[in-house]
Design a binder for this molecule. Structure first.
Ligand SMILES: Cc1cc2nc3c(=O)[nH]c(=O)nc-3n(C[C@H](O)[C@H](O)[C@H](O)COP(=O)(O)OP(=O)(O)OC[C@H]3O[C@@H](n4cnc5c(N)ncnc54)[C@H](O)[C@@H]3O)c2cc1C
Length: 336
């Protein structure tokens, strides 16, 4: 495993909601329980006025918040215990090829400028998908771009209930909707498109602005969301190469883990049988289909995204219709 940063899991870029799936329990069972921040029991939706317009209970034992950076280090500990060699502070600069065939990767390390491999598994995330090996090898879709954002941990938010994810609708938010990943009765994590959006919330006179008026930032993380996030590549393999996680469009913590596991298993068999051809590695795609990874799509109702640019009064007027058509819906439970 080659990681460009000196620490696994840092910089952190996501709030760490571990959503429901048939793999979630098993993933958590193998992990130090101290990385679990809380279990969520429901999602509460607030109109711009502050009125609760919907509450969706979440099945017990299904949706959690994990301390994402420490969670990633836990996965790395599991990998190390299982025999993986982990190299930090080393950037992969590209594929190493012999006579046009992938034979490993090149790196920034003076000690190991080339790492030979019979199968390369690229799990370089959104950044990799946009500008790294997946794009260079022509595996991505044309026109893919990305937009940046920030995630802020805030302390001193009023009237929070542990275990409840709060979802606010209204013009206070750059995209018409804001989600607070509650940690406890006074703090949580919230994503913004920009610092401008963050300052707008704290200075707003709206219901949600009053709720956050005494909130103070504890951490700010940058992030990047790909325009094709969650859009799975139909063929994320080439001879001697497999893409996993965000690089392949298997977006989310659980999708990343499950696809990475399939990639490792398929690569191990291919190496053992001395057949790392595309046909052999396509077993990875089959495994991803069998476990349901290809079935899961967008987690939000597209209607939520369309609230961007509407005034509070317009959003209030749209809510009854959205409720009637089940369009006030953020997907926390993804069965796959
Ligand atoms: C704002 C935001 C919120 C999110 N919220 C959630 C959520 O609540 N729940 C959820 O399940 N998912 C969430 N996601 C999605 C989730 O974070 C990703 O799907 C998941 O992290 C993908 O894992 P990955 O291992 O494929 O990629 P990443 O987590 O991006 O990991 C890629 C790794 O590769 C390293 N790397 C990249 N290029 C190189 C290189 N050239 N050389 C060496 N190392 C390299 C990086 O440093 C990084 O450590 C969110 C994403 C964003 C952006």
């Amino acid at each position: 495993m080659i990681e460009e940063h000196p620490v696994i899991g840092a910089p952190r870029h996501c709030p760490g909601r571990l959503h429901s799936s048939s793999f979630t329990r098993e993933i958590l069972d193998g992990i130090d329980p101290r990385v679990i921040v809380c279990e969520y029991r429901s999602r509460r939706y607030f109109a711009p006025s502050g009125k609760v317009v919907k509450e969706t209970p979440l099945p017990p034992g299904n949706v959690f918040q994990v301390q994402r950076d420490e969670f990633d280090r836990e996965l790395a500990r599991q990998a190390a215990r299982a025999g993986a060699e982990i190299v930090l502070n080393t950037r992969v600069t590209g594929l190493y090829k012999e006579k046009g065939l992938i034979r490993g990767v090149t790196t920034t390390s003076a000690d190991m400028p080339v790492v030979h491999a019979r199968v390369v598994i690229d799990a370089s995330g959104t950044k990799g998908r946009l500008s790294g090996i997946p794009r260079e090898e022509g595996l991505t879709m044309p026109g893919e771009t990305a937009f940046g954002g920030i995630l802020v941990e805030l302390v001193g938010i009023h009237d929070l209930e542990p275990g409840i994810i709060e979802t606010y609708l209204g013009e206070t938010f750059e995209i018409g909707i804001g989600v607070l990943w509650t940690k406890n009765q006074y703090s949580g994590l919230m994503g913004f498109r920009s610092m401008k959006g963050y300052h707008k919330l704290l200075s707003s006179d709206s219901f949600v602005g009053r709720k956050f008026k005494d909130a103070r930032p504890i951490q700010i993380f940058g992030n990047m969301v790909g325009s094709a996030a969650g859009i799975k590549l139909e063929k994320p393999v080439k001879p001697n190469l497999i893409l996993a996680g965000d690089a392949a469009g298997f977006t989310s913590i659980t999708h990343g883990i499950v696809s990475g596991r399939h990639a490792g298993e398929v690569a191990a068999v291919a190496v053992r049988e001395s057949d790392t051809s595309e046909t052999s590695l396509l077993r990875y795609v089959e495994k991803c289909r069998e476990s349901g990874l290809y079935k899961v799509t967008l987690s939000w109702s597209p209607r939520l995204v369309s609230l961007q640019g509407h005034s509070d009064a317009e959003i209030e007027a749209l809510i009854p219709e959205m409720l009637a058509h089940n369009e006030l819906h953020y997907g926390d439970v993804w069965d796959f």
